[in-house]
Design a protein around this ligand. Structure first.
Ligand SMILES: [Zn+2]
Length: 297
């Protein structure tokens, strides 16, 4: 429960099983919301429900190919919520929601043109241009993670090859690190199934050559993707969010250097790359809430 200033008053969490039907899941969440409202004995007015979900579509209010649920059909998420709660419900994908969160409650309050990049298991992004989140004609704009940066490159979960997220993400850096260990014949207990990118970070700050090289290569690929993306909307700032971005200077220093090197000359020395101002654990909540507050005039 988030107010207009971005203050989180109540939080809740429910377990989801991939086998829950859309109707059941939304009913469970709605019941929780009603419980919270009841406990506040109607001291608050619920303006709306904001939802950030992978593959969420702003225009249709639906989720197609939900990545973490065994849902076969396109699910009418906003309709189902409205049926249960009866207030305005707005949906978009999680990276778009976080970009709006940055604009309303984070560092981008006075920035009208920026890119928001989430570096998690994959690479998500939200594009804000002229002060507006870009949805595109069908609601799917801003999939920078699936821009091809290497022809015939690494296989991506989306079915294509050489997508940016196969290099610049937690999954990407783990693959790079594994390759470097193999090429350089280094024996290591590294297991990409078990270890996160933090394992590589810890090796890198201790000076391990392969780990430092893995960060350098990741930074180079991300810089290439970002420098190309700049051409579309000429952003002032690029905000990075997510586990990998917490590596700090080990990633940022080479990233900024490669980025300037790759940029078209007219864009050089005027775009900053910064870490998101959204608190890590609250970004999804603030992002979803901003969907409602952004439209509350
Ligand atoms: Zn892809």
């Amino acid at each position: 429960l988030v107010d207009k200033e971005g203050i989180i008053h109540v939080r809740g969490r429910i377990d989801t099983s991939p086998n829950l039907s859309p109707e059941n899941l939304i009913e469970v969440i709605s019941t929780e919301i009603k419980k919270v409202l009841h406990s506040l004995s109607n001291q608050v007015v619920l303006k709306g429900v904001g939802i950030g979900a992978p593959n969420g579509n702003y225009f249709t209010g639906t989720v197609k190919f939900a990545p973490n649920m065994n849902w076969k059909e396109e699910v009418k998420v906003t309709k189902l919520f409205y049926k249960n709660i009866g207030v305005k419900t707005v949906l978009t994908n999680d990276a778009n929601a976080a970009a709006l969160g940055e604009m309303l409650f984070g560092k981008a309050k006075n920035i009208r043109d920026f890119l928001f990049i989430t570096l998690g298991t994959g690479l998500g992004s939200g594009i804000v241009a002229n002060g507006q989140l870009i949805y595109g004609h069908d609601g799917f704009a801003g999939e920078l993670g699936h821009v091809v940066i290497v022809q015939n490159g690494r296989k991506c979960g989306c079915g294509r090859q050489g997508c940016l997220e196969t290099y610049a993400s937690a999954t990407g850096i783990k693959k790079t690190y594994q390759e470097l260990l193999t090429v350089n014949n280094v024996s290591s207990d590294f297991n990409p199934e078990v270890h996160g990118s933090i394992y590589i970070y810890e090796k890198a700050i201790r000076g391990e050559k392969e780990a430092i090289e893995a960060f350098d290569y990741t930074a180079r690929m991300l810089a290439l993707g970002l420098s190309n993306s700049v051409a579309y909307t000429s952003p002032q700032v690029i905000y990075l969010f997510g586990g990998l971005s917490q590596a700090g200077e080990i990633l940022l220093k080479p990233l900024r250097a490669y980025f300037e090197e790759y940029l078209l000359n007219i864009y050089r020395n005027k775009i900053s790359i910064e870490i998101s101002g959204l608190p890590h654990s609250d970004a999804a909540i603030l992002g979803a809430a901003s969907l409602i507050w952004n439209e509350d005039n």
